[in-house]
Design a protein around this ligand. Structure first.
Ligand code: EPU
Length: 445
């Protein structure tokens, strides 16, 4: 399968070529948060009238979500690369979110919550095979059932139906602080009758952003950002203008890039508070970080030092930053220990880093990294979004030439990564893959 990307090229046929070892200097403007956009765009299905959403990142996952919304009947008008006006008046009950699109993006499961919320029924293809290990949606389903929906998975589709009595607010206790389940239950509950209380809710910034968006449209959601979220259903919500928050993980990735390559870079359009867990870890590695209101400056001059990492739900260290920081640790002095406690399969980049000379041993959830003096450039393959980001980080810090294949994974979540890095002096370019080896598209997010 060939995917059209945000660079307008067919990224299965392209690779990023990096000549590493050049310190980065200058500034990078951070785009809107992919994972907030992937929740807020389907939330527009709940709104009457037009919603104007600003600061959407120009990444292929967002393009795909907009395509799905258009296919189910929403009117989508792109005002510019980062602004869209959506009117979901034309969406009809019974519209089906198709397999071909849903399987390509895990966040398509938000259509279940949004359709249920608006029409009391939903038919959405199950998000397809997954490359981050087993990622069930049992907590989402439990939440919908608590609200009174009957949920069945058959013939590859999730069918959720509450048309008999409509959705009714209810307490929902999540077994784990799942980001996806928290967002999906908020979407379903925003217009349900009565009070829904989500306990052990996820606290990630994009959960808060979704709640802020819905509240700006007339919803009554309290406690987002804590582990208890209370949603009192409203009869109707009205479309509004809303600007999505900056992308915590994109910013963190460029912070890791500076940590690996050295130099000094200012990141603009960030919320420093969201970056604290990443900042603290990179400071342990030897970076210096200065915060301003909406920007941060990161500098790394001395040697990289070892550090231990354990991924945790927000405000802990994010699983979406584990590969990039592990790439930095690969050339840090000493032995570092990384524990991945969120995702099952987030070490697939390790074999690629080993091609660059990294010494890493993985045993289940734990990776032991023995830092080497310098990584050396090599041809490597991105196998998912953050793995791809880690290979860029590694390539920028390495000696010699790194060719990163599978860049369509990267373009699902990073807007103009090559241009942004070139802007701070990195020697990185997009090239056609000489020996074309077509890879089938995976999924992410
Ligand atoms: N889980 C269950 N049952 C559920 C839901 C989750 O067992 O019903 C488990 C998962 O299998 C996983 C863990 O709980 O092991 C965390 O899953 P969560 O639901 O929190 O993650 P998600 O909603 O599937 C979102 C992001 C991911 C990010 C995780 C963790 C989106 C679209 N995706 O996924 O982002 O890694 O939260 O923070 O928001 C990425 O951007 O690269 C990415 C993978």
């Amino acid at each position: 399968m060939i995917i059209k990307t945000n660079t307008g090229r067919c990224s299965v046929l392209t690779q990023y070529v990096i000549n590493g070892g050049i310190p980065l200097r200058g500034s990078i403007n951070i785009s809107g948060a992919k994972n907030a956009a992937l929740a807020i765009l389907p939330a527009t299905l709940l709104m009457e009238g037009e919603c104007r959403i600003e600061n959407i990142p120009k990444v292929t996952d967002v393009t795909l979500m907009l395509e799905i919304l258009r296919d189910v009947g929403a009117s989508i008008r792109l005002v510019d690369d980062n602004t869209v006006v959506i009117d979901s008046g034309g969406v009809r009950a019974g519209s089906v979110a198709p397999y071909e699109q849903a399987r390509r993006m895990r966040a398509s499961y938000y259509l279940i919550g949004a359709f249920l919320g608006r029409f009391s029924s939903a038919q959405v293809a199950m998000p397809g095979g997954c490359n981050l290990g087993v990622r069930p949606i049992d907590q989402h389903i439990k939440g919908f059932e608590k609200l009174g929906a009957e949920v069945q998975v058959k013939a590859g589709f999730v069918h959720a139906d509450a048309q008999g009595g409509g959705l009714k607010g209810s307490p929902v206790y999540l077994d784990m602080a799942s980001v996806g389940a928290t967002i999906n239950i908020i979407l379903a509950a925003a217009m349900a009758e009565g009070l829904t209380v989500i306990e052990n809710a996820a606290r990630e910034p994009h959960v808060v952003d979704l709640a802020n968006f819905l509240n700006s449209a007339g919803a009554d959601i309290k406690g987002a950002g804590t582990d208890i979220i209370k949603i009192r259903g409203k009869k109707s919500l009205t479309g509004r203008n809303y600007a999505i928050i900056p992308d915590q993980i994109e910013a963190g990735t460029y912070m890791a890039a500076v940590t690996a390559a050295g130099g000094e870079v200012t990141l603009t359009n960030v919320i420093p508070k969201h970056l604290e867990c990443i900042t603290a870890k990179l400071e342990e590695l030897g970076a210096e970080v200065e915060e301003d209101d909406e920007s941060i400056t990161i500098k790394r001059e001395g040697k990289l030092r070892k550090a231990n990492i354990k991924t945790l739900p927000y405000p802990g260290f994010p699983t979406d930053m584990q590969p990039q920081v592990s790439a930095c640790l690969s050339s840090a002095e000493g032995i570092s220990m990384v524990t991945e406690s969120i995702s099952d399969n987030r070490y697939r980049y390790v074999d690629e880093l080993k091609r660059m000379g990294a010494r890493i041993q993985v045993d289940g959830k734990v990776a032991v990294i023995e830092g080497v003096k310098k990584l050396t450039g090599a041809p490597v393959q991105a196998c998912d979004l953050r793995a791809g980001a880690a290979l860029i980080v590694a390539g920028l810090g390495a000696q010699g030439k790194t060719e990163v294949g599978g860049v369509y994974h990267i373009e699902r979540g990073y807007e103009d990564a090559v241009k942004k890095l070139q802007g701070v002096g990195a020697d990185i370019r997009v090239e056609d893959v000489p020996d074309t080896e077509l890879l089938s598209a995976g999924q992410t997010g």
